[in-house]
Design a protein around this ligand. Structure first.
Ligand code: NCD
Length: 314
């Protein structure tokens, strides 16, 4: 996996491990300028003539839609492929063939795949950049970037933040990438609130602890609700466990309006979506809730920035 090192051109984006704080600032500053310019009604031509293949082997609406919107907003076009049925690609053969074909048609591929590591494997034989749009229980780097961009926009900082990650921390890939991303900053505390069967993977916990993140576990949202700057809710990943286990843990951690009201005034409630029932509907109107507003919009701006940078020289 290539480090970004200040230069995104022709690089695949596979994991948060490729980024340092400087790379993140570059991406955020471009995303921010797209956000401002689009707000003024600018029509962009940055990627005219370029084609994105959005190759999604797992269900998705937001991540899929936002990659397509990002490419089209920049004047590029898209080959949208969703709901592909496939046989196991653990040997890489089927995926390899597919990637080869679409690399001949397009300039960049956003890949979502049920196998952890699939994007990294694809990037080793793809002649064009791969953007990991979620690889099984592995990572979701573009989501983590849009999450941190949202946190920065709302709180005005990336250091000195206390975050609670709630839900399925084992199978949810967004929290894996976000925990690693936050660990690049100073004075970060992470509270894990999760079923015993779904803890944050130990390799991630030890990596971020080594980088100075204070990690704590709590047994309920109540215990941390008035302490945190960010409450990051996630759904239980039903499709990645047996039904019996799912039924036994799906209702353990639910954020309702009464709980949400106990949060610090200047704090944010986030969710990568889809929300199932872990946040009740009344919370949507809470001014701290950003999951249907800033987070969704910022996803497109971050993906615009990444597409522009992997496809053009600075
Ligand atoms: C997440 C994902 O696919 O990992 N959704 C998303 O990309 N917006 C979260 C989830 O599916 O729970």
């Amino acid at each position: 996996m290539q480090q970004i090192n200040g230069n995104f051109y022709k690089k695949s984006i596979i994991s948060i491990d490729q980024f340092d704080v400087h790379d993140i600032e570059i991406a955020f500053s471009l995303a921010d300028s797209y956000r401002k310019d689009l707000g003024k009604g600018t029509v962009f031509h940055d990627l005219e003539g370029k084609i994105l293949t959005a190759l999604f082997y797992e269900p998705s609406s937001r991540t899929f839609g936002s990659h397509i919107a990002a490419m089209q907003r920049l004047g590029g076009s898209t080959i949208p492929i969703q709901g592909v049925t496939f046989s196991s690609v653990s040997k890489g053969e089927t995926l390899e063939d597919t990637i080869r074909v679409f690399a001949s048609y397009s300039d960049v591929i956003a890949l979502r795949h049920p196998d952890e590591g699939a994007s990294e494997i694809a990037s080793t034989y793809s002649p064009i950049p791969i953007i990991n749009a979620g690889d099984g229980i592995g990572e979701h780097p573009t989501q983590a970037l849009l999450d941190l961009f949202t946190i920065k926009s709302r709180l005005g900082r990336t250091d000195n933040i206390s975050v609670a990650m709630v839900g399925d921390l084992k199978y949810g890939r967004t929290v894996h990438s976000l925990a690693k991303l936050l660990s690049l900053y100073k004075n970060i505390t992470l509270h894990f609130v999760c079923p015993k069967t779904s803890p944050m993977p130990t390799d991630i916990v030890s990596l971020i602890a080594k980088r100075g993140v204070v990690t704590k576990t709590a047994s309920s949202i109540n215990d941390i609700i008035n302490k945190v700057d960010v409450l990051y809710m996630t759904r239980v990943q039903k499709e990645r466990m047996d039904l019996k286990l799912y039924e036994s843990i799906k209702d353990l951690f639910i954020l309702d309006a009464k709980l949400a009201d106990q949060m610090k005034k200047k704090s944010v409630i986030m969710h990568p979506l889809p929300r199932i029932h872990e946040i009740t509907k009344e919370v949507d109107d809470n001014p701290r809730a950003v999951y249907f507003t800033d987070q969704v919009k910022n996803g497109m701006f971050i993906r615009m920035a990444l597409l522009k940078m992997v496809l053009t020289k600075r």
